[in-house]
Design a protein around this ligand. Sequence first.
Ligand SMILES: Cc1ncc(C[n+]2csc(CCOP(=O)(O)OP(=O)(O)O)c2C)c(N)n1
Ligand SMILES: [Mg+2]
Length: 719
Amino acid sequence: MPKRSAKSLVFDWCELTPTDEDWNRDPADLAWQVLELHTIRAFEERLLAFKGLGLVHGPVHSSIGQEAVAVGATAALHSGDRIVATHRAHHEVLAQAMTWARPSGFDPRTDKMPDAVQEVVTRTLAEVMGLAAGWCGGRGGSMHLHAPEVGVLGTSAIVAGGVAAATGAAWAGRYLGADAIVVCFLGDGAVNQGVFHEAVNLGALWNAPVLYLVENNGYAVATSSRDGAHLHAGLLSQRAAAYDLPARVVDGMDPVAVRAAVEDAAADLRRGGHPVLVEALTYRFLHHGGDLPGHAFGYRDKAEEDAWARRDPVAGFGRALADRGLLSPQEQDPLRAEAQALVRRAVDACSVDGREVRADRWPDPRTVSQGAQSDGRELAGVRYAPEAPAAPTRELTYVQAIAAVTARRMDADDRVIVLGEEVGHMGGGAYQATRGLAERFPGRVLDTPISEAGFCGFACGAAMAGLRPVVEIMFPDFALVAADQLFNHIGNLRHMYGGRMPMPIMCRTRIAIGVGYGGQHSMDPVGLFALFPGWRIVAPASAYEYIGLFNAALRCEDPVLIVEHQALYERAGLVPDEDADYLLPLDRARVVTPGDRVTVLAYSAMVPRIEALAADNDAVELVDLRALDPAHVDYATIGASLRKTGALVIADESTRSCSVAATIAHECTARFFDDLDGPVLRVSGADAPKPVSRVLEQAAIPSDEQILAAIRAAAQREA
Ligand SMILES: Cc1ncc(C[n+]2csc(CCOP(=O)(O)OP(=O)(O)O)c2C)c(N)n1
Ligand SMILES: [Mg+2]
């Protein structure tokens, strides 16, 4: 039997209880907290009634019982501090928004309620009801709230979905010189999600000023967090030990305790300390959603609920204030009345007598798709470069162009950071695409742990906080590991949050088809990303195009996927000798070679390949699609070509069922039916993962003969 060492790990863990000093606050602040607690309670009660009357479309996850966590935590924040929260966040959004709207020194006992406070309550109610005046124009509803003007970065309905973004936003804030922190609220259920661990690790590694506030309300739907059913560790807060972060446990039914704990942790963060995990012990009074108690569903009993009800945070705070002689019941009554009036006025603004939605408050159905992508104003007026480099020129390989243009943009704009696996190591990554950047831009090239969901989500938060992250996904297949962050978040948020939030992330990835990497490293990601309307997609086929499209992409306020290809990396091409800032449009195809009998659409490495194959064939008009997201495929250029040729072949290497060519073929048939003399022909990869065996991999991508046969068939009008 091996001998065990006497060493043991020490973990900075403690419970925090408030002292008399923590109660010794400005009476106006205590009165404000009473007002907030009652406002949240009245708001939630009204929402549940509205749900019953059909005035709320979608779930209502009420925060009744948990108000003290929100009120205590936001009371500890400074102006400029922001929050990220979850599907259950009405209390946090209201508390944060009201706190931001509160004029300094405002005393709710004596001063007239400012319009700004009323407005945040009304906008929150309007959003939950799906109305135009809501924070997100009614698109987000209860679970997807975004109110940057009052310090709410965003809430996510994906359990743990916002933890990485909170971490990235906190890091970005410090990078940009702010003294602010981010409080990331999450539930007890969220600590079992992989992205929680990835994000907390990044926060710890890179010292992001983020406070992870776990609102342990005892349950994730019907699964208890206190009976060992989904948490093997006896203590939830033990999770912090794995990342060597301090953990604090506090009574979440007491706003004074929560405020003291958050203030303590925040002070540490502001001094440059590590992230902190605070676990607030609280209780969800009702079932997961709706107005029934949990015991109605059999997973807990009434005795347990009654015991917690005796610790009601709203009533309890009121009693404690009275017992301590700080605020008498007579002084609290008008505060409760004022809270109810705030909610009543919000109800009047959104409904007719609380019975039906005011018809003129709905958003215009014609705006349903607006804002899924930017309207392009950030690129308006740009003078694009010609399709070929102007002399004098020099030669650069494709991969050298990647490093050169990234360096150029980092030089010009401090907001540009680079992150990904090995981007700084080995001189510049496994393929030298980030060569020299780490040495030249210390602190801005972040070698990430292998945690795609964590670092993509981190980039999402950094972009929301004002940076322009360039993320390298080593192989496109790994995008699936980060799919929730890339698609549910990065690709969706702009639209879901009302269409006004820029999401300037660039994601670089390289197709590695043809080098024997097999079924988990050989993806063409275009078809996948094209499923999500927030993403723009470009595939530069030469060094010259790479620089021009990269420059445009970094000016664009949408997430842009730049698709590279292993087969292009060592290809040399001409680029301008001096101008490294030229732009090429993100929505235009390029006619590579003119022809008169058949249009061939291709992108990335298929472009030079088909160009060589059809070099002597005057019939072929080869068009490099270049822009591949459905909103920006250049149908004008394709249509002009088809009017000339009357026949269409689309060629790509993707697995056939994952290929964007299906969508493009459909669009071309619908738009240009009269110009087509025959069916659109597709040449694509086999409908199978790419195998490793050299002969099988070759069989899985279109052969020269297949491409030429399709061109011949189309040219001869034989399907
Ligand atoms: C990734 C993901 N899985 C499952 C769900 C469905 N779901 C919504 S809330 C929830 C429970 C979350 O529990 P917890 O994190 O403790 O938050 P609470 O509801 O208690 O506030 C579940 C399973 C989801 N929204 N997202
Ligand atoms: Mg919970």
